[in-house]
Design a protein around this ligand. Structure first.
Ligand code: SF4
Length: 380
């Protein structure tokens, strides 16, 4: 496979150029609590030192803005992006301290219902322009804007592509073109298809690639490669983020893996297994400032070890770090776990099975896996 040329426009994000002929930017995200200023500064530096062109930080509320100010002051030269999560209204408070904001079109309807989506986007554009910021329109299969799900019933891929395209048009209507788009999912095949379709529709718009909740290495790396290799080889993708479940001291490995994938694609080395994931599929989030228990990474590792015996069965288990996104992000899984401060929530498909202490959840999970296996034959 040879690598196709990229057709996107080039934009500036802080000190970094993304798109067009610019080198592919590998980025990453801090998993530390943003209020733990020292730990977040250390992690931003750790990621930048490993080669992250952009470092993202999650912010939920105004209280964290003061922490962000200090983090910014201590990380000169690091291009910072902030994830507005579900609170787009803090954009103007955050803006003086970052180079890019990311908003999720699927989260704009929740708050300030008296304002229309175009009004909210227009305001975000004004904030970005006033503070010399770039924007990422970050669409996620787990949180698609309801209006688009209703417009394209049963066709989630079209819904996310159209949602992203509409937000691009809104930005352009307001005279702003310093934006990138991402279309993410935990399923590499969906990531490939969504990005391919969006790129056909808008070949000029720079794309940020990501497979969400790819999980623990090495499986999470393979899953990511499955998507990135195909897209990058087609000239699709201008900046990438590898989302792996890793303890904080190893978080920079996401960046090293990202650079290795880019290097391999440039050299024509494609090592992914196209039928990877045909059996047991364990999804786990990369954790972020919202993670509710430090045992999360260990829990994901234990789930992987405990369920290894089910490798041949087509079962999806999702392990998430918090109660905010845990319930939604586990929706498509056969079994879902998400952390609370002292307990782990467990569900089978949509049915909540209860909260379990960290020590008790694994035996219960095993009994659920056993029941699923009893009901299935291998790889079906
Ligand atoms: S599931 Fe929660 S902890 Fe994990 S990355 Fe998403 S927001 Fe962060």
């Amino acid at each position: 496979m040879s690598e196709a040329e990229r057709t996107t426009r080039r934009i500036r994000i802080g000190g970094v150029e993304v798109g067009g002929g610019a080198p592919i930017v590998v980025q990453s995200m801090c998993a530390t609590r943003t209020m733990d200023i020292d730990a977040t500064i250390a992690q931003a530096r750790q990621l930048a030192a490993a080669g992250a062109g952009i470092v993202r930080i999650a912010l939920d509320n105004e209280k964290e803005v003061a922490a962000l100010r200090e983090i910014r002051a201590a990380t000169p030269g690091v291009t910072l992006s902030v994830d507005l999560q579900e609170n787009y209204k803090i954009a103007d408070k955050v803006a003086p301290h970052v180079d890019k904001i990311r908003y999720n079109p699927g989260h704009l309807h929740h708050i300030e219902k008296s304002r229309t989506i175009p009004q909210k986007v227009k305001w975000l554009v004004e904030v970005a322009r006033d503070h010399d910021l770039a924007i990422r329109i970050g669409v996620n299969c787990g949180s698609v804007a309801p209006a688009f799900l209703e417009k394209y019933p049963g066709d989630q891929l079209t819904a996310i592509v159209e949602s992203a395209a509409w937000h691009c048009e809104l930005m352009e209507e307001y005279g702003f073109d310093r934006f990138v788009v991402s279309l993410k999912d935990s399923d590499p095949a969906k990531v490939v298809e969504a990005n391919r379709r969006f790129h056909q529709r808008r070949p000029d718009v720079p794309l940020h690639l990501g497979v969400t909740e790819a999980g623990l290495p090495p499986d999470g790396i393979i899953k990511t490669r499955v998507a990135f290799e195909r897209l990058l080889a087609q000239g699709i993708g201008d900046t990438i983020r590898v989302s792996l479940t890793l303890p904080n001291e190893r978080k920079h490995e996401e960046v090293l893996v990202g650079h290795k994938i880019v290097e391999d694609v440039h050299a024509g080395r494609f090592i992914s297994a196209p039928d990877f994931g045909a059996g047991l599929n364990i999804i786990s989030c990369p954790s972020c400032s919202r993670v509710e228990n430090e045992k999360f990474v260990e829990l994901a590792q234990q789930v992987k070890e405990l369920t290894a015996y089910a490798a041949k069965y087509k079962i999806t288990i999702a392990v998430m770090g918090c109660r905010v996104n845990g319930p939604g992000e586990t929706d498509d899984a056969d079994l879902g776990l998400w952390c609370g401060p002292t307990t782990v929530n467990l569900k089978r498909k949509a049915q909540k099975l209860g909260n379990f202490r960290y020590d008790d959840v694994l035996p219960r999970l095993k009994s659920e896996v056993d029941q699923l296996i009893a009901a299935r034959s291998p790889a079906n």
